[in-house]
Write a protein that binds this ligand. Structure first.
Ligand code: NI
Length: 267
């Protein structure tokens, strides 16, 4: 019924009770969880979890925070890992100028190099962009110009996880056949008359390129804000989206699940 398109199940937050977390997700109607790595070590852990749990799929890549670790041998290792049958995307990759934990110039180089890995491997990309939308869009546009046909005909090319922009930007990336993914903050402050930006994006964007995600263990939706997030809570996000769109939660589940399947090529 639901796919959590982004959850970091390898972090120590889940070390004590991951089997229970997976069980609660299944009980909440979650049928698949996509687990993006953030560096070489966590990409390997994501694959190990995908081997252990049938419903878990992995992505491999260097998060912009960890871009300074993405030297040539490490990127070669990421490319080799991407050949694993349960790796469904390169990610999460991108730019984060909020913290600048890696130098911006290095972030841009490693982002570009990882897009080229995805293009060689015909895989979609999972993009993280924070306070860096101008450079992110430019790098993605250049990659599209360099290799427009890297995905099978009609298949989405990637997803902007925790979609960072407004409705105009959402429509621009959807025009490039990218998806946007809606996380827990859509549940914050979405009362009539005071919609947050993410809720506005949901209202003004068509369903066909929209995914839902928890970004566990971060970005916990209401009413659990402040506690650890987990994939079962993707249902709370779907419920708020249903309210914004004036449809049922089942319809949100069906449309976001089919968009996630098309993007990641899930069975
Ligand atoms: Ni993430």
């Amino acid at each position: 019924m639901f796919i959590d398109s982004h959850a970091h199940l390898f972090f120590k937050d889940f070390a004590a009770d991951l089997p229970d977390v997976i069980k609660r997700a299944q009980d909440a109607g979650v049928e698949a969880i996509v687990c993006p790595g953030t560096d070489l070590e966590t990409s390997r852990k994501a694959i190990a979890l995908a081997e252990e749990y049938e419903m878990v799929y992995a992505c491999v890549g260097f998060h912009p925070h960890d871009a300074s670790k993405g030297d040539a041998p490490s990127l070669k290792a990421i490319e080799r890992l991407s050949e694993h049958p349960k790796v469904v995307a390169i990610g999460e990759i991108g730019l984060d100028y909020h913290y600048n934990l890696s130098p911006p110039e290095r972030q841009k180089e490693v982002f570009g190099e990882q897009i080229r890995i995805a293009q060689r491997r015909s895989l979609p990309i999972v993009i993280h962009s924070r306070e860096a939308e101008g450079d992110t869009m430019r790098i993605v546009e250049e990659a599209l110009a360099a290799s427009p046909g890297w995905r099978p005909a009609g298949a989405p090319r990637g997803v902007f996880h925790c979609f960072p922009g407004d409705a105009a930007l959402a429509n621009r990336v959807i025009g490039w056949n990218f998806c946007i993914s809606i996380p827990g903050p859509v549940t914050f402050g979405s009362k009539p008359g005071r919609l947050n930006q993410m809720a506005e994006v949901v209202k003004k964007t068509s369903f066909d390129h929209m995914l839902i995600e928890t970004d566990s263990p971060y970005l916990t939706p209401a009413p659990h804000r402040g506690k650890r997030n987990e994939p079962a809570y993707v249902r709370l996000i779907a419920g708020v989206i249903a309210g914004l769109k004036g449809c049922t939660i089942e319809e949100v589940g069906a449309s976001t699940t089919s968009a996630a399947r098309a993007l990641f090529g899930l069975p």
